[in-house]
Design a protein around this ligand. Structure first.
Ligand code: NDP
Ligand code: OXD
Length: 314
């Protein structure tokens, strides 16, 4: 019942946690010699394409993150094996912290006052907006989107959500699918992208979409926060929208190419905030606990949680 760690990240902290929490299992690392027939579980983050093929006794593939696009893009990904993604309060809380932080920073003009301090300027905005005056629209109302929505609502923001199904979420007005996208965008001052990257969502954050955001908001222009995936966004369109006054600010945690290349104009753009895909890191402790519990459930014949639908791609 060996577990194979197939991760683009440093394997050591993961090996240590797996050994600590599942001491009776064999833990092997992709790139080192191991018996492929012994592997029943894989814990993966962006493994090289094809590297999970040829594991004849594989039972479950665990993504080390919430997203699975890093697996679904592999044309040789083993078929008929369940894929389980991370759902845990540690990751969810971290994501909501990031989203709330950046919505509050926009509301409270954090960047302006930081610059003013450097200039020793004592001036303040008269009649600043309240949170209730700011309409936040969350694209992707799954585990992460729903938690962020609830926390933003608690802070007083006027929050709405958009998802494929429009499945109801307590206390949050919901918009569904392409049909409702225009009305959702028209009432949005801060757009938070928390969508998975799929065939359907690739490139959705483009100039046409930015042009549909609310123009009458209290922030002086629409704000984009992308914490989903870089493949959702067209970076040339973000730059054009910022330079053309269609977007006021872009807060980007994810990029078309990661790490963000040094030559990208996003780094130095005055209206862009760049973070290194760290809005919600998967910590070895919380993630391995989740995987260990999932393995226990699987081996007890209980239903796996966090299983993705391969047809939808998330
Ligand atoms: P979920 O699978 O729980 O939720 C996905 C949501 O997106 C659902 O509401 C789903 O709609 C919606 N959705 C999917 N496709 C479409 C579409 N074509 N049109 C409209 N809505 C759509 O995922 P999580 O909330 O757990 O995570 C979301 C994403 O966040 C991950 O896939 C990952 O890419 C990203 N992420 C980024 C991190 C970072 O550090 N930057 C960390 C963790 C995650 P429906 O409800 O109808 O199914
Ligand atoms: C994830 C991520 O998908 O960290 O969990 O991006």
């Amino acid at each position: 019942m060996t577990i194979l760690i197939a991760s683009a990240w440093d394997a050591k902290p993961w090996v240590d946690r797996f050994n600590a929490l599942l001491p009776e299992r064999g833990i092997v690392v992709l790139g080192e010699p191991f018996d492929r027939r012994a592997v029943h579980y894989v814990a993966a983050w962006a493994p090289p394409p094809g590297s999970l093929a040829g594991l004849p006794n594989l039972d479950v593939i665990f993504s080390l993150g919430a997203g699975v696009d890093h697996l679904m893009s592999d044309p040789r990904l083993p078929e008929d094996v369940p894929i389980v993604r991370v759902i845990n309060p540690d990751l969810t809380t971290r994501m909501s912290e990031y989203v709330v932080l950046h919505c509050l920073a926009q509301l409270r003009e954090h960047d302006l006052y930081t610059r003013q301090q450097r200039q020793k300027l004592w001036t303040r905005t008269s009649n600043p907006p309240a949170a209730a005056d700011v309409r936040v629209g969350i694209m992707g109302m799954g585990v992460l989107g729903q938690d962020a929505a609830r926390k933003l609502k608690t802070m007083g923001f006027d929050v709405a959500g958009w998802s494929q199904s429009g499945r109801p979420v307590d206390g949050i007005p919901m918009f569904a699918g392409r049909e409702d996208l225009g009305s959702f965008l028209n009432r949005t001052d801060i757009l938070v992208a928390l969508l998975p990257l799929t065939e359907v969502t690739r490139g959705i954050l483009n100039l046409d979409l930015f042009g549909q955001l609310a123009r009458d908001g209290r922030l002086g222009g629409p704000v984009l926060i992308n914490v989903g995936r870089g493949g959702l966004q067209k970076e040339s369109d973000i730059l054009a929208a910022l330079d053309g006054g269609i977007l006021k600010t872009a807060v980007l945690d994810v990029f078309e190419t990661e790490p963000l290349p040094p030559e990208s104009p996003l780094w130095a753009h005055p209206s862009v905030i760049v973070t290194p895909h760290n809005s919600a890191v998967s910590t070895p402790d919380a993630t391995v606990r989740y995987i260990a519990e999932s393995i226990r459930r699987y081996e007890a014949g209980e239903a796996l949680q966090g299983m993705i639908d391969r047809g939808r791609g998330y």
